[in-house]
Design a protein around this ligand. Structure first.
Ligand code: PHE
Length: 550
C-alpha cells in the first residue's frame, strides 16, 4: 500500500492505547528456576564450566570416602542419609584410586596421619541419594587429575537429598549451588576474593566469614551476609580449601589447591520472594497462582539510596574508629618518648654547658623523676667528672633504678661535632646544642607549674627567643672570628635594654648564650653588654651549680 500509494484512499481504525493486551498463555517459570538462571549466569560470567550433575544416585565412595569423610561419621548414618535398597551397592571404582583412598583413611599418607581405622570397601559400595553436589566435584577433580591437570573452574546447581527433620525451612531435598576452582597455589585469600565477587554479583556486598568445620576442607568458613530487609546477618553458604588428604590420592600435583563453596538455592529465593515457608515454594502445596504472579528475578546489584546512606555512615564510623586508634597510638608514643631513655652525644671539644643548666632545671622543677647518667671518660677525666658532678649528685637519682625514671638521660662522649639527642623510640634525632636546649626547655616547662623559659613566656617573647637562639646557633657552629664577632654584636644589642634577652628573667636563649660564651676560644671579642650579662649569670643560682636551685 505504501509502494502503490493506496493507503491514501483507505480509512484506518485509530489505535486504542488504553486497551489491555491479552496475556500470552504459556508456561511460567517457578521462582527457583528464575533464581537458578540468574546464578548460572553469574557463574558463566565468571568463566565457570557447568558440571554434569545428572545422577541423583551416588555411591558412598564418591559422596563420602573420596572426600576423606570417615566411615564412622554420623552423616553416614541412615537417619541423615537416604540409602538405596535397590540397587544397594556399586561395584565399579577406579581400583588404584580406591586403594589410595583406603590407605589415606586407614594409615594416612601425604603428610597426614589418616584416621587410623580399618577402611571397608563394603561401606564405600553403599548407594545413596547424594547428600551434596561435592560428590560430583570429587568426580570432576579425579577426572582432571587423570586427564592431566590444568586450572579449572566448575559449578553446578542441582538437587541433593538429606534425611532431615521437616520444618518451615527444611525439606528432605534441596537445590545446591556449588563452585569449585582448582589452580596452583590458591589460598584462603583467593577464596575470600572469589566469594566476595560471586556474592556481590548476587547483590550481597556485606560479607562475614566464620571458621567452620568440614571433613574435606581445611580451613573452612561459613559465609554470612547482612540482609537489609531482614535487618540481620544470615548464613548464606559454606566454603573451604579442600584437604590434601582428598586431593593428593587423586593424583593432583602437590602445589595445586582447590577452593570451593556451596549454598542452597532455596534460601536466597525465599528471601528474594518473601516466602517464609519452604512448603509454599516446593512440593504439592505450591500455589500455582504464586508461580503465575511472581515477577521476574532481578538480583539487586544497584545499591539503593538506603544502602548508599548506610555505606556513608559505615565509612564515617570506620574513619572515627581509625582516628580514635591513631589518637591512642599518638598518646602511646608520647608516653614512650617521655619515658624512654634520651641519649645525648656530646663532643668534649665543645662541651654544652647549657645542658647542665637545663637538666638541673628539669630535675629541680619537674614533678616527675629524672635520672641523668654521665659516664666518666678516661680520656676526659676532668670534663666528664665535671658533668658527672653537677648532674648526678642529686639525691633523687637514688630513688629509682637505672632507666626507670620518667625522664632518663645518658651522656655519651664522642668526638663527633654537634650535640645530638637520640631517643630509644623511633622518633628522629634532635641535632645541635640549641635545638636540644629548646627540647629540654619545653620538657622543663611542661613538667613544672612555675617555670618560664621559652614558650610559656608568651608568643612575642618566645619568637624573640627563637631569633636569638638561631644567632647563637650560628655562633656555636662557626670558627670564623669575624663572623663570631658580628654575631656577638647582634646579641649585644638585645642586652642594652634589659638584664636578660627578653627582660628581667632568664630564658633558654640566655642559657644558650652563656654556654656559647663559655665555649669561645677568644674572649677578647666579647662586647660590653654580654660581659656584664656573663657576670650577672655567674651570680644567678641557675648558672652556679653548687648553689641550691630551690
Ligand atoms: N558440601 C558442603 C555442604 O553440603 C558445601 C561445601 C562445598 C563446603 C565445597 C565446602 C566446599 O554444605
Amino acid at each position: 500500500m505504501i509502494a502503490t500509494g493506496a493507503w491514501k484512499d483507505l480509512v484506518f481504525k485509530p489505535y486504542n492505547y488504553n486497551s489491555m493486551g491479552t496475556l500470552p498463555e504459556g508456561g511460567h517459570l517457578h521462582p527457583l528456576l528464575k533464581v537458578r538462571a540468574q546464578i548460572r549466569q553469574i557463574f558463566l560470567e565468571m568463566g565457570f564450566t557447568e558440571m554434569p550433575t545428572n545422577n541423583y544416585v551416588e555411591s558412598s565412595f564418591w559422596n563420602f570416602d573420596a572426600l576423606f569423610q570417615p566411615q564412622q561419621h554420623p552423616a553416614r548414618e541412615a537417619h541423615d542419609t537416604f540409602f538405596l535398597s535397590e540397587p544397594a551397592l556399586s561395584h565399579q571404582f577406579p581400583r588404584d584410586y580406591l586403594e589410595q583412598v583406603k590407605r589415606v583413611h586407614s594409615r594416612g599418607g601425604f603428610g597426614s596421619q589418616g584416621y587410623g581405622y580399618e577402611w571397608q570397601e563394603e561401606e564405600a559400595q553403599k548407594n545413596l541419594l547424594r547428600t551434596h553436589t561435592t560428590a560430583v566435584s570429587a568426580r570432576m577433580l579425579y577426572k582432571l587429575a587423570k586427564e592431566g591437570f590444568r586450572p579449572a573452574k566448575y559449578f553446578s546447581i542441582d538437587r541433593v537429598f538429606r534425611n532431615e527433620e521437616l520444618d518451615a525451612t527444611h525439606l528432605a531435598e534441596f537445590q545446591q549451588v556449588e563452585g569449585v576452582i582448582a589452580d596452583h597455589n590458591l589460598t584462603l585469600g583467593n577464596l575470600i576474593g572469589v566469594l566476595s565477587e560471586f556474592f556481590k554479583k548476587m547483590g550481597m556486598d556485606q560479607l562475614r566469614f566464620k571458621p567452620a568445620y568440614n571433613p574435606y576442607t581445611e580451613p573452612s568458613m561459613e559465609i554470612f551476609s547482612y540482609h537489609n530487609g531482614l535487618g540481620k546477618w544470615i548464613e548464606v553458604g559454606n566454603s573451604g580449601v579442600f584437604r590434601p588428604e582428598m586431593l593428593l590420592p587423586m593424583g593432583l600435583p602437590e602445589d595445586v589447591n582447590v577452593i570451593a563453596w556451596g549454598l542452597s538455592l532455596e534460601r536466597p529465593t525465599m528471601i528474594k520472594y518473601g516466602i517464609d515457608n519452604i512448603r509454599d515454594l516446593v512440593g504439592p502445596r505450591v500455589d500455582l497462582q504464586m508461580v503465575y504472579d511472581n515477577p521476574i528475578c532481578r538480583l539487586d546489584k544497584e545499591p539503593t539510596i538506603e544502602d548508599k546512606a548506610r555505606s556513608v555512615e559505615d565509612t564515617w564510623q570506620l574513619l572515627s574508629f581509625q582516628v580514635e586508634r591513631m589518637k591512642n597510638e599518638i598518646r602511646r608514643l608520647h608516653s614512650l618518648v617521655n619515658q624512654s631513655r634520651h641519649i645525648i652525644c656530646v663532643d668534649p671539644s665543645t662541651p654544652p654547658y647549657s645542658l647542665l643548666v637545663l637538666l638541673r632545671l628539669v630535675k629541680s622543677f619537674a614533678s616527675k623523676t629524672v635520672s641523668v647518667e654521665t659516664n666518666l671518660h678516661s680520656a676526659l677525666p676532668l670534663l666528664s667528672s665535671y658533668f658527672n658532678y653537677y648532674l648526678s649528685t642529686d639525691s633523687r637519682d637514688t630513688q629509682h633504678g637505672k632507666g626507670s625514671a620518667d625522664f632518663n638521660f645518658s651522656f655519651v662522649w664522642k668526638q663527633s661535632g654537634e650535640v645530638k639527642l637520640s631517643f630509644c623510640s623511633s622518633q628522629r634525632d634532635i641535632v645541635g646544642e640549641v635545638n636540644v636546649c629548646r627540647y629540654l626547655a619545653r620538657i622543663a616547662e611542661e613538667n613544672s607549674s612555675t617555670l618560664t623559659l621559652y614558650e610559656r613566656k608568651g608568643e612575642v617573647k618566645s619568637s624573640q627567643i627563637d631569633e636569638c637562639v638561631d644567632i647563637i646557633h650560628s655562633l656555636l657552629t662557626t670558627s670564623n672570628r669575624e663572623k663570631q664577632s658580628d654575631l656577638l654584636k647582634r646579641v649585644d644589642k638585645l642586652l642594652v635594654a634589659s638584664p636578660f634577652i627578653t627582660g628581667s628573667s632568664v630564658s633558654v636563649a640566655d642559657i644558650c648564650l652563656w654556654s656559647a660564651i663559655n665555649q669561645l676560644s677568644d674572649i677578647d671579642i666579647i662586647p660590653l653588654n654580654i660581659r656584664k650579662f656573663f657576670v650577672r649569670c655567674c651570680n644567678h643560682p641557675w648558672f652556679a651549680p653548687h648553689l641550691s636551685l630551690n
